[in-house]
Design a protein around this ligand. Sequence first.
Ligand code: APR
Length: 230
Amino acid sequence: MPVPPGTRLGDGTDAAGKHERESGPDHGTAHGTADHSPPGEYTDMEVKIGTTRIVLQQGDLAQQRADALVNAANSSLEPGGGVCGALHAAAGPALAEACATHRATHGQCAVGDAVATVAGDLQAQHVIHAVGPVWHDGQRGENILLERVWQRTLARAREIEARTIAFPAISTGVYGFPAEPAALIALNAIVRDIQTHAGSFDEVRIVLFDEDSLRVWTTALEEVQRTMTG
Ligand code: APR
């Protein structure tokens, strides 16, 4: 799912990252690794498309500040482990109560869809619960469902007028989606959304829990940039 050729990236750069590695007219701003900074305190890579920043950052999603934090949820919106567990633990009971209320009134959330609730004690106004696909063998529509969940989550964010959104790497933990294709699918969906709905968001941040994930996403974002700049 390539980004349309000839699209120019990085028409503006800003200095949000502390670890600038390279910068060029067509490649946005790329911020390198930060060996001396603790996780969550630095921007590892940032690319600007129009007025929207795509930021890759290592850290704990539950400690992030944004208008909306995205939960890697299950269809029942039940508290689970991984990101879900971390968000519920930091949010307090209000988040589980909101999920239970949503479940009681709307039923399950389909795979590939997303719903927004309050955020309890998290440093956000909303949590968007995104239900990614479980990886089986790659032959059961997993790619399309993963692309859809990113699209739907971004659409929900627009509906609730979130300007800054922080995501985890949906489906790549308990749900077993391989990291590299997941990152490419997600980043292509993000770029297309930003191009289609210019100005909707100030920042789309992906918060990666570990260094390996950060590396995978950095490589994927560089690849998406190359595709865009031809
Ligand atoms: N912050 C950021 N990323 C995290 C955190 C955290 N606190 N904890 C885990 N991760 C990373 C994982 O390393 C993985 O790369 O988030 C990614 C997604 O992993 P999961 O949370 O397991 O989400 P997913 O694979 O989509 O599975 C969803 O797991 O916890 C249950 O209720 C959840 O049933 C649902 C399923």
